[in-house]
Design a protein. Structure first.
Length: 480
């Protein structure tokens, strides 16, 4: 019997597990996929929002501003890249200008520090590629960028280093409330018992809540389509550029990611199917059209990939963080600014559990810090030489675009929560993230995974499930 079971290993589940792992208690993290960070936390804008957009007094507003304050320290402890690059919300006409004033007031009410209203020239002085048609901007210096899946992986890993257990491919399909706690059943028949359950299931958080009889909300998948540009296009902007938000959200933005690529998007369109992550020509056309308003010229010839993320859009207009049944907590409908808010959501869940009578004491040997992963491409020539001397696997480059070595790939497999598939290596090391998108390095990565996990190459998948890469030999019988 676990003290707490967390359903979902996205950034909210990861941060919650990390926070709770400071206590002397057993924790199970239950994830339906083969790896962590496979839902919204894999595909989003990566903006650490300042907090000028959410309605004052809402959970989104309070937790956004608090999460923003906690993010820098959290990233430092976890060894995750973070950059406070600031944001410019740009206005093109009288109505936008009026709305900038409203955003400024709202931001001040939410406690956002350092907001400034600028005219068009002042905004262009900050970001020289902004279009001449930009008439004014709201500058938010506390806005930042982070890699969302890196943050999730390191949060789950830190929780595991402190004793939490991760159950992969554990798709929760039933929860029974008993006198002593909950019996949680996975689709494959595995059973976990836990005194407390925390629902961090993202887009499926409504389905999990209904397993304990809470049908008070629904979650709709709201798609956001993106284009990612090569680092060569990094000159376009350093700050995050937004338009004035509307009822569908913050809209299309342009930002430089923490790794130096330019990210353009997302759209905002509701979809029927919670698994529908297709990228559409129509969606990309909308992104193109909107980006061309921000800048006079956009280097669309530098696009290296496109992707879609699905927001967990709840029907209550705010995050749903409550306890509908004793011992069961919802962290549901956590759409944007959920990435920013995650460290603060974890603190809120911790408080709810303690207030509900959970008796636990703090661990003496809790360590909030993770050993920073070696990023060979960012090392100085002297550091590279030293690393190669100590371990010759640093001398073997597997991904040429991102200069990722065999040693980093092995570390990604061996460090909590270890990578088990090709995309898992990609998210931990950037192998396959460059211009050739894995065309060169995938066979090498696959071979290392097979060797390290002691599996046949045919068993290695791209992203778990049945996403097999190899199906057998081309020339059967010619095996040497
Ligand atoms: C397009 C887009 C742009 C965004 N931009 C930003 C941004 O710039 N800044 C920001 O702050 N926020 C942003 N967000 C919001 C942010 O990504 C989310 O709020 C955050 O990732 C939510 O994390 P989560 O852990 O709640 O959900 P998820 O990351 O979706 O994790 C839920 C997990 O639960 C698992 N799961 C589901 N059902 C089950 C089951 N039955 N059994 C076991 N496991 C299950 C899933 O596989 C998944 O891993 C954006 C979101 C999207 C989609």
């Amino acid at each position: 019997m676990y003290k707490a079971a967390i359903i979902g290993a996205g950034v909210v589940g990861g941060m919650t597990a990390r926070r709770l792992s400071a206590y002397d208690m057993s924790i199970a993290i239950l994830e339906k996929e083969a790896d962590v960070a496979m839902g919204q936390s894999k595909a989003n804008s990566g903006i650490v929002h300042a907090g000028f957009d959410p309605k004052p007094g809402s959970l989104k507003a309070v937790l956004n501003v608090e999460g923003n304050r906690l993010m820098e320290k959290t990233c430092a402890e976890l060894g995750v890249g973070y950059r406070k690059n600031g944001a410019l919300i740009v206005a093109f006409n009288d109505e936008d200008m009026k709305n900038l004033g409203i955003l400024y007031e709202r931001g001040a009410e939410n406690g956002v520090e350092g907001l400034k209203l600028l005219d068009g020239d002042q905004a262009r002085k900050m970001e020289k590629n902004l279009s001449k048609s930009v008439r004014g901007a709201l500058y938010a210096p506390t806005s930042g960028v982070v890699c969302p899946y890196e943050l999730t992986i390191e949060a789950v890993g830190n929780a595991m280093d402190n004793g939490a257990e991760l159950y992969r491919n554990f798709k929760v399909c039933d929860i029974k409330k008993e006198a002593h706690g909950f019996i949680i059943e996975a689709e494959d028949g595995r059973i976990i018992e836990s005194e407390y359950v925390i629902n961090c299931a993202g887009i499926y958080s409504d389905k999990i809540a209904s397993m304990v009889g809470d049908d008070s909300f629904t979650v709709t998948p709201r798609a956001g389509e993106y284009m990612l540009l090569d680092k060569e296009a990094g000159y376009l902007t350093d700050a995050t550029i937004f338009k004035v938000p509307d009822h569908m959200g913050k809209g299309v933005l342009a930002t430089k990611t923490v790794d130096g690529n330019i990210l353009l998007g997302p759209t905002s369109v509701d979809r029927e199917d919670k698994e529908d992550c297709k990228v559409t020509a129509g969606g990309l056309a909308v992104v193109k059209e909107k980006e061309m308003r921000f800048f006079d010229e956009v280097p669309f010839d530098k696009v290296i990939t496109q992707f879609t993320g699905l927001r967990a859009h709840g029907d209550k207009g705010d995050f749903i963080i409550n306890s509908p049944v004793k011992g069961f907590i919802n962290a549901a409908g956590i759409e944007s600014p959920g990435l920013t808010s995650a460290p603060a959501i974890a603190v809120k869940i911790e408080k709810l559990l303690l207030e509900s009578g959970m008796h636990v004491s703090l661990k003496e040997n809790y360590n909030p810090c993770r050993k920073k992963r070696v990023v060979f491409s960012r090392c100085s020539p002297e550091e590279k030489n030293r690393l190669i001397k100590e371990n010759s696997d640093y001398g073997q480059i597997i991904c040429r675009c991102e200069e990722v070595t065999k040693a980093e790939i092995l570390d990604a497999i061996r460090t909590n929560p270890g990578a088990v598939d090709v995309d898992g290596i990609k998210r931990r090391t950037r192998s396959g993230m460059g211009r050739c998108q894995g065309g060169f390095c995938m066979p090498g990565v696959l071979e290392i995974l097979a060797e390290e996990l002691k599996k046949a190459p045919e068993e290695i998948t791209k992203k778990g499930g049945d996403s097999k890469i190899l199906f057998g030999r081309l020339k059967a019988g010619e095996k040497k």
